[in-house]
Design a protein around this ligand. Structure first.
Ligand code: LER
Ligand code: MN
Length: 282
């Protein structure tokens, strides 16, 4: 574990909770929503990042009331379960599937507008299917991103695409590719979610890529090198959080790590370690 830096950075902290049953392992908290929200607040987090597969199947009003009753903000909505559980993607060769994926992302806009949450575009971008040229998949991706960012912009909602490591997708693995995509889409409400777990696999320099992404960083995930809670592996959090602070990022630092040894203990270890490096903004 890296030692505490000379000064702590000011960020709010959140942790990922799945509002619906999910197979994604690093959705740290799953199951009883009320009990989990109470636990997250009690551990000292400022917010909760919610994974929602389909907003029509979640009582988002109750979720918001519950979060508010614990003083928790909702910085981001994870959407990858629509890929994981239903196979929806922006780059499926079937236009009906691509259309359904776009509609699903657009259906997150009202709750995102109400909470100020960023909509995360992770695995819903899909991957290059056999028989599909990479440039064709990129074309479909850009089309979908135009449609989603245009629907979100009037509501003041931002979308964040997450570069994801090569073992999970063949489309947009690193921050440089993400920044090129941002240029191509050309929408002010479209940026990046950087995740230290993926960055450790793909980036030549984690700090360098954070600096280059700069004000296009709309959200930030932390897990250690082994996807355990920060401090459970060998990433240099004081250094990378200092690079993040230098970009002017004012969003949440959000824990998305494996529930090891279990969700509550992992989240407790995470916040204990993060408090060495991060203080709540004044
Ligand atoms: C989701 O935020 C993520 O980091 C991916 O690994 C999803 O598979
Ligand atoms: Mn992530």
């Amino acid at each position: 574990m890296a030692s505490a830096g000379p000064s702590r950075q000011s960020f709010r902290l959140s942790v990922v909770l799945s509002a619906q049953m999910a197979s994604f392992q690093a959705a740290t908290f799953k199951g009883d929503l009320a009990a989990n929200l109470a636990r997250i607040a009690q551990l000292g987090y400022d917010g909760v990042e919610v994974s929602i597969r389909d907003p029509r199947q979640v009582d988002t009003e109750s979720l918001l009331r519950l979060a508010q009753s614990h003083g928790l903000g909702i910085p981001a909505i994870g959407t990858g379960q629509a890929w994981g559980e239903e196979g929806l993607s922006f780059t499926d060769p079937d236009p009906a599937v691509r259309h359904a994926a776009i509609e699903r992302i657009q259906s997150h806009v009202p709750f995102a507008a109400r909470t100020g949450a960023v909509i995360i575009l992770g695995l819903i971008r899909g991957l290059v299917r056999p028989g599909v040229a990479h440039e064709q998949a990129m074309g479909w991706l850009v089309e979908a991103l135009h449609a989603c960012s245009a629907a979100a912009a009037p509501e003041g909602v931002r979308l964040a695409l997450e570069p994801i490591n090569r073992y999970e997708t063949t489309l947009i693995n690193n921050a440089a590719q993400g920044l090129e995509l941002i240029e191509r889409v050309g929408a002010g409400n479209f940026g990046l979610l950087l995740d230290t777990f993926h960055m450790n696999i793909e980036e030549p320099s984690i700090e360098g890529s954070i600096r280059r992404a700069g004000d296009r960083i709309f959200h930030f995930h932390v897990a250690d090198s082994n996807r355990w809670y920060p401090g459970g592996g060998h990433l240099d959090f004081p250094s990378l959080l200092s690079a993040l602070a230098a970009t002017g990022y004012r969003g949440y630092v959000s824990g998305e790590f494996l529930p090891i040894p279990d969700a509550a203990t992992g989240a407790q270890e995470a916040i204990k370690n993060l408090r060495n490096w991060v203080q709540r903004p004044a």
